[in-house]
Write a protein that binds this ligand. Structure first.
Ligand code: AMP
Length: 213
């Protein structure tokens, strides 16, 4: 199964990707996670990407395309869920070229739709673990908002989840990423799902799309 999860920041792509990879024994490829790891380790990629990420801007296409080529190099992943890539038409075209070279066929581009005020609320109440990268919402955490329940690591509010940066990320999504819908719609691989529903229900809707009865 080769799937792209598409949608604005905070729509639940990461959460749904984790459920799908468990279902299909697939690999989760999150470009946001790869970049955050690179920033944490101060690699050349991380040093280049940090300024864009902190400002809520997209990391330039050439850097992102090179990163994806690196991810796929020699791996021939059979089953994967792409989360956060592509984010521009140029990235989508480059991905099509990569897949053609590797003989891969994309099964579906699943777009999760959510209202913008809900996205702002979700992102500003999101906390991430510095150690294992798990994501929680403040509603889930109760009193203990500082410590990861899974590994005990420190929970923090991502700089790009602060209100001003969120607003800018949504504008970036509207201007640079949303036009991709048309790109994939034309290719007949595009399916839209209501991401406002409860997590398990959204997951079931995705499975219904992938395996229509
Ligand atoms: P995410 O965790 O997917 O929301 O990504 C966090 C940040 O990483 C984004 O706001 C961008 O700065 C950067 N990023 C992740 N994926 C991409 C991409 N495909 N193209 C450009 N920038 C990206």
């Amino acid at each position: 199964m080769r799937i792209i999860l598409f949608g604005p920041p905070g729509v639940g792509k990461g959460t749904q990707a984790k459920l799908l990879i468990a279902e299909f024994n697939a690999v989760h490829i999150s470009t946001g996670d790869l970049l955050r790891e690179a920033v944490k380790n101060k690699t050349p990629l991380g040093l280049k990407a940090k300024q864009y990420m902190d400002a809520g801007n997209l990391v330039p296409d050439d850097i992102m395309i090179e990163l994806l080529e690196e991810v796929f190099k020699g791996k021939a992943e059979n089953s994967f869920v792409l989360d956060g890539f592509p984010r521009t038409v140029a990235q989508a075209k480059a991905l099509d070229d990569m897949f053609e070279k590797m003989g891969f066929k994309l099964d579906a581009v699943i777009s999760l739709r959510v209202e913008h005020d809900v996205v702002i609320k979700r992102l500003s109440s999101r906390r991430m673990c510095r150690t294992c990268g798990r994501i929680y919402s403040l509603d889930q955490l109760g009193e203990n908002t500082k410590q990861c329940r899974h590994c005990g690591g420190e929970l923090y509010l991502r700089h790009d989840d602060e209100p001003d940066v969120i607003k800018h990320r949504l504008e970036v999504y509207l201007n640079q990423t949303k036009p991709l819908k048309e790109f994939y719609r034309k290719s007949g691989r595009f399916m839209q799902i209501d991401g406002m529903q409860e997590i398990g229900y959204v997951h079931k809707q995705i499975l219904d799309i992938l395996y229509p009865t």
